[in-house]
Write a protein that binds this ligand. Structure first.
Ligand code: OAD
Length: 234
């Protein structure tokens, strides 16, 4: 069986990580969709770092939930499997998905990256002081994530293209994302074209809903264990 899973912030919501949109996503009355931008960093890097440090800490303290675990179970069951996540947290990885079966298209929140020379390091267990400076070129360091208006990295796109070129999927699951980025919809349609079942798991309607064969309007941690058990036992 060949399976593609695409996830967004909704999958980590039940681990206590706020999603980007909706009132729960607001931080100190600020809209994350405006904070996660190169413009916000240019005008107030301290504020942007404060927000990311809080999110990092929340993620360190969080645990994978039943949705992450169900996806990891599906990964072991399928002959060919790829998870493409927009989430920058490490909850999928901590649920046991192998590195080669997963792509974090929006980066890794624990990476600190030079805004000029691209020197980077990972800070999983400890934080730099206030606003980190690059040890190589002295420029400001930034979180190593993809911000609104920035390009996806080629390194991340390549395994996705390879997987999509490898054939139609039997099942495509899109869970916990507003699917505002066109590439999420494109990949889901491409992977299921020609017979694969496209399943959306999201309590709310999204731009992807019209293309899905099955709409599961429930929280991911409730719906995914059931969906995965049905697939694994069929
Ligand atoms: P959003 O915050 O836009 O959307 C979260 C989605 O999850 C919404 O569609 C909710 O209806 C749904 N949702 C909420 N709780 C859920 C639950 N318990 N189970 C299932 N679904 C639930 O997050 P994304 O779509 O991931 O990008 O956002 C995409 C990107 O926008 C993020 O990766 C980030 C953000 O800005 C960048 O930083 C570039």
């Amino acid at each position: 069986m060949r399976v593609l899973v695409l996830t967004g912030a909704g999958v980590s919501a039940e681990s206590g990580i706020p999603t980007f949109r909706g009132k729960d996503g607001y931080w100190r009355n600020l809209d994350p969709a405006k904070l996660a931008t190169p413009e916000a960093f240019a005008s107030d890097p301290k504020l942007v770092w404060e927000w990311y440090r809080e999110r990092r800490q929340r993620i360190r303290n969080a645990q994978p939930n039943a949705a992450h675990e169900a996806i990891a179970k599906l990964a072991t069951h399928a002959e060919e499997f790829l998870l493409v996540t927009q989430n920058v947290d490490d909850l999928h990885a901590r649920s046991g998905i192998e590195k080669e079966n997963m792509v974090q298209i929006h980066g890794d929140i624990f990476v600190t990256l030079c805004s000029r020379c691209h020197f980077s390091y990972r800070e999983r267990d400890r934080e730099s002081p206030e606003i980190p400076r690059c040890p190589e070129c002295e420029a400001l360091m930034r979180p190593g994530v993809v911000w609104f208006g920035e390009q996806l990295s080629r390194n991340e796109l390549e395994p996705i293209e390879n997987f999509l070129d490898g054939g139609v999927c039997d099942v495509v699951i899109v869970a916990g994302t507003t699917a505002t980025f066109g590439y999420i919809i494109d990949w889901a349609i491409r992977a299921s074209r020609g017979g694969g079942e496209l399943i959306e798991v999201n309590p709310e309607e999204t731009p992807l809903s019209q293309f899905a064969a099955r709409l599961v309007r429930e929280p991911a941690a409730i719906a995914l264990p059931r969906i995965v058990d049905t697939i694994v036992n069929s």
